[in-house]
Write a protein that binds this ligand. Sequence first.
Ligand code: GDR
Length: 326
Amino acid sequence: MNTALITGITGQDGSYLTELLLEHGCTVHGVVRRTSALSRSRIDHLYSDPAIYGKRLFLHYADLDDPTTLRRVLNKVAPDEIYHLAGQSHVGLSFEIPESTCEMTAMGTLRLLEMIRDLPRPAKLFHPSSSEIFGAPEQSPQDEGTPFKPVNPYGCAKAFATQMVAIYRQTFGLFACNAIMYNHESPRRGENFVTRKICRAAAAIKLGQQSELMLGDTSARRDWGHSRDYVRAFWQMLQQPKADDYVLATGQLHSVQDIVEIAFTTCGLDWRQHVKQDARLLRPAEPQRLLGNAAKAKRVLGWEPQISFRALIEEMTRAELERLAS
Ligand code: GDR
């Protein structure tokens, strides 16, 4: 029975991964930041279950900018596996707060690698990299061999962290893996990401709680999958005999406009009457042609996404209708 430690356990991927690891019989330790607002809604159902919390699930206060505390937690928990999911993950926001984005995403990962290197029994490390490392790629679709060419502070920080993970694997022999992930969503997605923003607005308009939706570039295209599909691969990557990097993607491109049309149709609405463009939401630079080739993950891990784009957006929209009506 493995012991896993998750940074960012309260996030979208952290919560689905926790459920999956508990199903696999693992003991899960989560690292949480102390904040005045207790936002643990995504794992509340596990936290409030006396058969789980305090028995197979534990939470610890620590932070990547407080290495002493994190080191103490690592020594105490002695995990077999670490899933490092914490970080500022909003690309648009990284133009506003580049220093803290790099501090958390780039330096935070390096600090963790250094701590793992010092452990008497180094844990396996999962690092969630991003398609944003490719930024403006010359080839499409991208795979594990595509050169990094980030176009925003977030992508740049992720490129640094991704390369550091590879360096620590090659130089110090750590079992450390990168998943180069394309957009992955769910009803647990943060509200400022475009899928959740659109599904939530469509539901709110349907329920008479909102009248219009302001968006940035609706022609922007991405490779969107479901978080529940992606966390399966996180676990599988750490069960392999050899550490390696894998692209996780659906291999299909859709536009922001496609999300709008599915979400508004699910609510029985005509999007033309409600959706407007707001120039303030346009980004200084948009990545181009971000489409992933997950052939290696399929070949080595036997991994394939099972939830379609349409099913994802419909599930998210129905979840918002339920949430906002209650
Ligand atoms: P992204 O996700 O930047 O790709 O990063 P996001 O959902 O924020 O944007 C997707 C695309 O939609 C366009 N867009 C808008 N985006 C937002 N947030 N709000 C809007 O109003 C809006 N209008 C149009 C964006 O310009 C963009 O083209 C996500 C994150 O999860 C990262 O952490 C992860 O690494 C990458 O996906 C892969």
